[in-house]
Design a protein around this ligand. Sequence first.
Ligand code: HSE
Length: 425
Amino acid sequence: MAKIIRLGFLGCGNIGGGVYHLLTEMHDEILARDGLDIQIVRALVKSIPEARTDVPACILTENADDVLSDPAIDMVCEYMGGEQPAARFMEAALKNGKTVVTANKMALALNWHTLHAAAARSGAGLYYEASVGGVIPIIRSLTISLEADRIDCVMGIVNGTTNYILTRMAQNGEKYDDVLADAQRLGLAEPNPAADVDGFDAAYKLSILSSIAFHTRVTYEKVHREGITHITPDDIAYGREMGYTLKLLAIGKRSGNTIEVRVHPTFLRNDHPLARVDGSLNAIYVHGAYCQDMMLQGRGAGDKPTASAICGDILYAASHLADPIVPSFSNTPDTDPSLLFSDDWTSRYFVRLNAVDTPGVLAHVADCFAARSISIASILQRPSAEGHAGIILITHEAREHALQEALSALRSDMVSVESMIRVED
Ligand code: HSE
């Protein structure tokens, strides 16, 4: 006897369309394989006359209550994007006992405790595999497969737009603004690209990943965030000359009671597995006491890959309605006060300076680092503008605060700091 599962959609754009197509095309196979008869019975859109969707017009509605309060709907799939009203709607659905499946990292990262509490009270499920890394099954891996381990590092390329831009800059020596404009023309970057290029999207995803990996709530506000808008082809070219590839990384590390969470452009050794993840691909590297190294790679966006992850959640949830997956940490509004969220992490650093080409300048540079116990691992000097030299160096491991102090001390009439990029080995 097939189990009938009735779905309501919140939003019905690109992702909703992908889910509709997958569930329509696969309906009979899913019925035969899993005994689930998945039916899409309602879809909330902003405006029915303006809706551009293949979903049948007869199930479209402009009234959220038609989805949230209809007792016939078992499960609500949210693809509205943005924090509100998506979070409010998901909370209402959970309070009404409906399982929620979402791809919305922003609404989840900012309202996870509220959604979690609503789900716990009603016994409904809350699933979000597609919220990080698109089709990459990282949420399930961390929540279930690696639950017994002690994860100390989760580090990934979790934004396809920025990876596409950096890859093209590296391959063709193109400037950031030119690649961004082209990516927007091709529909690969949003008309307002800030969420991607300023690192917000990656920071929401890191808040979710590191909360699960480190078994504690890591709120979005704790994530240090820098984007890629200041990166130049020169940075990428000099990094390559020194053996490194540039990526926008989301990095979460835990050592005892200290956690660091940061999103910023990062140089990786050319032979690091993440360095070879190009174009719009995503990949997430995990290190744990027992699992040691592992990496998952795949499509982080797009209607089909995202639909695959969402429908995986729908099927799992449909077969486990009475026993939903619940992360094992206490999902509090704030971080645990017994933990230290550090911004004085240890890293290696790539620093590009422009200096007046005169005796003593290099000694001044070396002094500023040496005075703060920062050791230089390699250095290049290249001619730049008339009478100036580009000095490019990579440090050994140093503390972030000490490095920032050294850069402040360096800045003078003689030396300008053109860029500072962290280096992960
Ligand atoms: N805008 C995101 C990216 C996809 O470029 O990867 C959705 O999270």
